[in-house]
Design a protein. Sequence first.
Length: 601
Amino acid sequence: MAEPTVKTVRASETVSPYGPGAIVDILGQSFMVPTGDRWPSTKVRRAVRSDRLAEALGVDDLWAAPTTHTPENQKTPGLEFERFPSWLFCQVCRRMIRWIRSMETGGVPVCQETACDGRLVPMRFVAVCTAKSHIEDIPWVDWLHRDSDGECRASDRLRFQSADGRAEGLSSLQVSCERCGRRRSLGELRRDVFAVEGFTCRGKQPWERDWGLCGKPIDPQQRGATSLHFADTMSAIDIPIVDSRDEIDLEKLRGHAFFTALRAATDESQRAMLSGQIAVDTGIPVEAVLAHANPPDGGRVIDIRATRSGLQADEYEAFVAAISERSPVADFQTRAIKLQVDRGDAGDNLAHLISDVVLVDRLRDVRAVIGFRRYTPDAELVAAVPVSSHERKWLPAIEGYGEGVFLRFSEQAVRAWAAQDVVQSRGSTVLGHQNASMLGRRLHVVSPEYILLHTFAHLLMREMTFASGYTAASIRERIYCESDGDYGLFIYTTSSDIEGTLGGLVRQGEPDLLAGAIVRALEQAAWCPNDPVCIESEPQSIDGLNLAACHACCLAPETSCESQNLLLDRALVVGSDDVSGYFSPVLDAILGQRADGRQNE
């Protein structure tokens, strides 16, 4: 019997990338993470407190998976993963075995063939429902014997081996039955093969014991395909409770003598007169006065895009409050600074484009997983925790402590730049592709302003990685572009340790270093090793959701980007022959200064 082997994942990985429904490879074995109804009881889970996130997601509690510093202890509570795919094959004799729970020993599965103790490894393909996010093993027995007319249905005599002849790729591998001699190549596992041969989804997940009623088409996919798991996650940073600018404006309006009359008025000319006078007296734009006088209906529609937008709008208000030097909270320790730039056109232009900087010496970030989808991003959502009539609503979550740097862009400068026709044209191109893309519907609504902030965040993350001491995959971004005039980005890192991180990232935001890091990032982006192909590219990447962006200049690790490395365009940051970038004045001034220096020499 094989010795039991401890299998562990990091606590932070239980939300992403190994949240419910995900396949995780551990020491060459393949498992699937079950939904929260299979988690241990609340007695061993750890509560994660984030009232703002819980309220936004409509749940009562957030719970973290149980953790331990002594995983070797057999009494340690943990998550029970499900072995998937359940069809395995022996690396020595190539026999295929369907592994069931009663065969588990806690160790590595080994072949049960006589005189063979080879290690069993998972089959390469699985079957995925194209509509309702179910997943199951390939029906190897039925698929192999599809034309046998019931003569043979042997499940214990299958072999997975190389095909005869000179076939290449998947066609060089085959499944065969020793009893009847039938053979089929893996090259036959095409997209439409199951539909043609009459196989449909049986409506279950690997950890479920009862078959459901589905009947939708299924598609063969390789076990490592990214389309097997699209997780819907949400995160929120602990912020102080501050009055937003809208709330402050509303208080001003409530104190105005005409505001009650405006709310009651129905005549358009009267409303225009009253709102105009209120705007003059309070300094609040007429549009905002009318918006406050006619609040939207109270119906609340929860979706990923809207919920994330609301959470990030609150965070932006907290950064604005930090700029005003309002009191921080224990896990949101901030310092507002100004860019320290060298005298000259380059420094002056940079100071004009970036209006404020906030250094966050300590932050707390809570991340929760809502559910997952399979096959396509618009497939039916499977809840991370099925709703139970006898249990409070909850979601799996994890908390992290860290540090970060917030940059606020000048509202006037961004608006003036974005008003250019060629800038709007590039944004409209990406927006058109986003509207036609199923994946694009999961992302922030694109605009030239968002593309600018997002691309610049990637460029600055790449630069800060070199000096901060953190790996590229450990640094993340948050883009704030939820309201007209609110333009900012936050680059941060967290650790699941309560002590947080070591300060290397926030050090790069100090006045004596930040301006230099920004300039270096812009200079690196001004010329990509793949230019001129990169800068002149037509819409590229998934569904044409990127313009001038490639691995050599802009793309970041998947764990760092909130938009899956999409909605990027380097030309809108540093400029090109066709468009003036937001930071083009800075780069032009640098080139001018260098030219002057060479002439003086």
